[in-house]
Design a protein around this ligand. Structure first.
Ligand SMILES: *Cc1c(COP(=O)(O)O)cnc(C)c1O
Length: 378
């Protein structure tokens, strides 16, 4: 049996190696490493795939979030509402810009922002909401957008884990996550569903004016060469990464299907075990399974994690410490925020290996091994 990994990028690369190698060689030959034809091509192709007017490529997903908050004109002291149950990047950039992160509870089923708790977190200083499509599951965007509209707040979607996910809007239309709010941000970190071979990220929006600002900020606030109108930063996707992404974007829907097949296999097994909750599948969106995350109630989560590790099966806790309890946010006193579901989940969730190259033998070994623990240690 092939060694089980959380993500198997080597096997995935082997299948597309000729195309990738020649695309990278072409960039080397061109020596056009920055702002080359591959970046322009990828931008257009991603706009088409997402069905969005503007894609602004940038250096990574964290920058995408930061540039978005800068482009919306958020000022020190402004409040931004975000879940605490997320990767730190979402919340870190809020504080980095001198804004105040205000943490809201997540829904225990979807692991995403609980829209019914949003209004209670809104104050006169609130300027934006940052829902996170965690583990590949879309947040409750219909509800979030309705509240944002009512209170005139910006919405920045953190789509780093859910690129390619479909979402049904209330008007019946089917759109991609990341294109619903004012701005959507994504990451091409190698292990993400659409990953490159280094760092990369993108911002998308349907707003022409905002697109112009985003592009300017990502490029030193430059309006034309050597004329800098606003304080910006240097955040570029390089041409080699764009060349890789163009090839992998053509595979993205297949990659999503492969992940969903793994999830179906796990669901059929774990769904039958009492005290183990399988990921929720919403009617209004398509889960793209960046992670396959169980919540374990009747069982010792850390015990299962260690037992699997002893049999050479990796499993991960995303995330062991929620943002509101991170030392980095001590100055905001956020640890005293009452987020019982977030705290509960950090002690119960366990993510199993899921990627585009898993085979039946590996899946059977994982479930068989988990079964040994789950029947023994109830
Ligand atoms: C990966 C990730 C980011 C940050 O992306 P980078 O490219 O690593 O900077 C932001 N938010 C979430 C939810 C992520 O998973």
């Amino acid at each position: 049996m092939k060694k089980i990994q959380m993500v198997d990028l080597v096997s995935q690369y082997e299948k597309i190696k000729p195309a990738i190698d020649s695309a990278i060689m072409d960039v080397l030959q061109s020596t056009q490493f920055i702002n080359g034809a591959e970046v322009a091509g990828f931008q257009k192709e991603l706009e088409l795939y997402l069905g969005v007017k503007h894609v602004i490529p940038c250096a990574n997903g964290t920058d995408a979030l930061q540039i978005s908050m800068m482009a919306l004109g958020l000022k020190p002291g402004d409040e931004v509402i975000t879940p605490s149950f997320t990767y730190i990047a979402t919340t870190e950039v809020i504080a980095l810009l001198g804004l105040k992160p205000v943490f809201v509870e997540v829904n225990q089923e979807t692991f995403c922002m609980d829209a019914s708790k949003l209004e209670a977190a809104i104050t006169s200083k609130t300027k934006a909401i940052v829902p996170v499509h965690l583990y590949g599951q879309a947040a409750d965007m219909n509800a979030v957008m309705a509240i944002a509209k009512k209170h005139k707040l910006f919405v920045i979607e953190d789509n780093a884990q859910a690129i390619g996910s479909d979402y049904h809007l209330l008007d019946g239309s089917l759109v991609k996550t990341g294109t619903i709010g004012d701005i959507g941000c994504t990451s091409f970190f190698p292990s993400k569903n659409l990953g490159c071979y280094g760092d990369g990220g993108a911002i998308c929006t349907n707003d022409d004016l905002l697109a112009e600002k985003l592009r300017m900020i990502a490029n030193h606030g430059q309006s034309k060469r050597y004329y800098h109108d606003v304080v910006g930063c240097n955040s570029r996707l390089d041409n080699i990464q764009a060349a890789v992404l163009r090839i992998k974007l053509r595979q993205l829907d297949n990659y999503i299907d492969a992940r969903r097949e793994v999830a179906d296999f796990y669901d059929a097994f774990f769904g039958a075990i009492e005290g183990v909750k399988i990921p929720f599948r919403a009617d209004d969106s398509k889960h793209v399974f960046h992670q396959y995350t169980l919540s374990l109630d009747g069982y010792n989560r850390d015990g299962l994690n260690e037992f699997l590790a002893s049999k050479d099966i990796p499993s991960m806790i995303y995330y062991p410490v929620p943002a509101h309890r991170q030392k980095m946010f001590e100055e905001f006193g956020s640890a005293s925020t009452d987020l019982p579901i977030t705290d509960w989940l950090t002690h119960r969730v366990l993510s199993l290996p899921i990627h585009t190259e898993m085979d039946l033998e590996q899946l059977e070994f994982i479930t068989k091994t988990a079964a040994e623990y789950l029947t023994l240690k109830k």
